[in-house]
Design a protein around this ligand. Structure first.
Ligand code: CO
Length: 133
């Protein structure tokens, strides 16, 4: 089911400033940038080895990341695992009684298929499942 760690999502107040900070402090360059309107988010990806760091900026205070920033401030937002089949993973988690944010898979950035699992069943960490290709 789990193929690896796909990316770590970090919520930031100022995406441009955070991107510059990551460039300078870690000496890495952004590999991808995308606006995902239906999630109300701008993302910048940095590839680090086989996985990525995903900086997330909110498009408004009422978006999921905007709400997160408003209540908890910037920081770790979610951990994303690469899986071979998101739909099958969701089915399995549902059978295990794990609370899901997305009962069915949806479109993610870079042509991926994704789904979120509620932090309540995952020791307080929002989990994303990512299927590529
Ligand atoms: Co993500």
């Amino acid at each position: 089911m789990i193929l690896g760690l796909h990316h770590v999502g970090i919520a930031v107040e100022d995406l441009e400033a955070a991107t510059e900070r990551y460039r300078r402090t870690l000496g890495i360059e952004p590999s991808h940038r995308e606006r995902i309107e239906d999630q109300g988010v701008d993302e910048v990806l940095f590839d680090v080895g086989d996985s990525s760091i995903q900086l997330l900026g909110a498009l408004g205070p009422d978006t999921p990341v905007g709400t997160f920033l408003g209540t908890r401030g910037p920081g770790l937002h979610h951990v994303a695992y690469a899986v071979d089949d998101v739909a099958a993973s969701l089915e399995r988690l549902h059978e295990e009684g794990v609370r899901l944010v997305d009962p069915v898979p949806r479109r993610g950035s870079r042509g991926t298929t994704i789904a979120f699992v509620h932090p309540g069943g995952m020791d307080g960490v929002l989990v994303e499942l990512v299927q590529t290709g």
